[in-house]
Ligand binder design. Structure first.
Ligand code: BG6
Length: 486
């Protein structure tokens, strides 16, 4: 196996709502993620029922200032410790760090006419520190961080007016940071709107007025597509030399068997998954999807100019998260297993993580080849990793050979995809430092090369420790992937 391409973006990915903490200081407002409670015993096979927010529950959570059961409010205190953490990333040789800008640090309710200066300064300091340490920022503009106030007032992205509020936030980001940040992403996992509409888009079922919840979710999705295109144009206009991508949860689905019924069932799942990147990469809705939605009684809220806006502003590259694959079948009795808030038929050929996510390195190669063949634009793996418990030995060491095995296997497959001709420009594994999980708000589901001494209730010193995987990843980066052969 030869090396990865020159200038390959090696690094890691985090999100503001899962690391920063400091949820209500220096003028920050409450985001949708700040309202998410600790859910260790979530029934992963019924994920949606655990994430049902109502107007009342949002109001209650907003008037509750406690932190104990809201782990994302405390994160890992990256807000205060970012310099130390960045120094550790630099020690590993990171070329890039994916972060997000919390909308609520700049615009606490989303509607202020001027941005919050303390928030603006925080991200200047963060980007300056990254650049000082030789790490390029890759910035997501929308990662489950919309102002909760917009959910109550507009039912989030259901309302078209949120497009202009978001583009104003992005305009501020580009004008403030455009000379420091050259890699941007619009919406994290835009497809997740259908799985958890509140955290992705602020949509509340009891706040939809006279339209159905499903219709409200598709309205929100359309508005995010239009916003993504407008922001792509804005970025090109305002940030010379920058590239801006879209982002997909890649949920590759295999037929459970070669029975045609299973093939047909998995085909629909895959088409549905790539519908989201189709719109953003091709600049138009797939005709078949439009008809499929129409057949279900869903009308997309196209306004004058939307078709042209989408067509004129496709993403520069496609980024995606990849954690696992699943199967599909028409047999309702087959065992199903969860994975990143989705549910699929269990694959008898794969092992699963403790959280039930099926580990499939070859599926990453298959995904890369499929996506590159479909879009023919650069790809960027911006999330991949194994969330699992770690044991701290009495001497403080953490032997996470399972994490190394997972990442090594995935990176070898990524390299095979590159050798097959795929243009993969970077790889940022998820959670290079332990952080609060998105779905359950647990920190004990750890992804990091760097351990954070905190438990699920926030008890602990917060001290950072290097796991065995720290030196391993450092060597992978130092050798530009050549050490993966060992
Ligand atoms: C991705 C999200 O879907 O999955 C991240 O973009 C999230 O925010 C990651 O953390 C892993 O999921 P979880 O639930 O294990 O944190």
């Amino acid at each position: 196996m030869s090396k990865f391409p020159d200038n390959f973006y090696w690094g890691g990915a985090i999100a503001a709502n899962q690391v920063e903490g400091a949820w209500n200081i220096d003028g920050k407002g409450a985001s949708v993620s700040d309202l998410m409670t600790y859910k260790p015993n979530i029934d992963v096979k019924n994920f949606a029922s655990h994430h049902q927010f109502t107007t009342r529950s949002v109001q209650d959570a907003m008037s509750d200032n406690s932190v104990e059961f809201y782990p994302k409010r405390r994160g890992i205190d990256f807000y205060h410790q970012y310099k130390n953490d960045i120094a550790l990333f630099a020690e590993m040789g990171f070329k890039v760090l994916r972060v997000s800008i919390a909308w609520t640090r700049l615009f606490p309710t989303g509607e202020e006419s001027e941005p919050n200066e303390a928030g603006i300064n925080f991200y200047h300091n963060l980007f300056d520190e990254l650049i000082r340490q030789g790490i390029e920022p890759l910035v997501t503009l929308h990662h489950y961080e919309m102002p909760a106030a917009l959910s109550l007032k507009y039912n989030g992205w259901q309302d078209r007016r949120v497009i202009s509020l978001f583009t104003r936030f992005c305009r501020t980001c580009f004008s403030e940071y455009g000379n420091k940040v050259k890699l941007w992403l619009t919406f994290n996992e835009v497809d997740s709107i259908i799985r958890h509409p509140f955290t992705t888009a602020g949509v509340l079922e009891d706040n939809c007025g006279d339209i159905s919840f499903e219709q409200a979710c598709y309205n929100a999705l359309h508005h995010q597509f239009v916003a993504s295109a407008l922001v792509t144009r804005l970025c090109h206009d305002m940030c010379k030399g920058a590239r801006i991508g879209c982002m997909l949860t890649k949920t590759m689905t295999y037929p459970y068997s070669s029975r045609p019924e299973d093939v047909a069932a998995s085909q629909l799942k895959n088409l549905n998954n790539m519908f989201y990147s189709d719109v953003q990469m091709h600049g138009r809705y797939p005709e078949m999807m439009l008809r499929m939605l129409a057949n279900r009684g869903i009308t997309l809220p196209f306004a004058e100019g939307d078709v042209q806006t989408l067509a004129d502003n496709p993403a520069d590259f496609l980024s995606f998260s990849y954690y696992m694959t699943r199967c599909e079948s028409d047999d309702p009795d087959l065992e199903r297993t969860p994975g990143n808030t989705t549910l699929g038929v269990k694959n008898p050929h794969l092992k699963s993580s403790e959280w039930g996510w099926q580990i499939d390195p070859i599926g990453l190669r298959v995904s890369l080849i499929e996506l590159y063949d479909r879009y023919r634009k650069p790809l960027f793996v911006v999330e991949n990793g194994l969330g699992t418990r770690d044991t701290v030995e009495p001497d403080g060491s953490i032997h996470d050979s399972y994490r190394i095995d997972y990442l090594r296997a995935h990176l070898r497959e990524a390299k095979k995809a590159i050798d097959s001709g795929v243009e993969l420009i970077g790889y940022t594994c998820w959670g290079p430092i332990d952080l609060i999980s998105a779905a359950n708000s647990q920190i004990t589901k750890r992804y990091g090369f760097i351990h954070v001494d905190l438990d699920d209730m926030g008890h602990g010193s917060g001290v950072r420790r290097k796991k065995d995987s720290f030196e391993w990843y450092k060597e992978v980066i130092r050798t530009n992937g050549a050490s993966l052969e060992q």
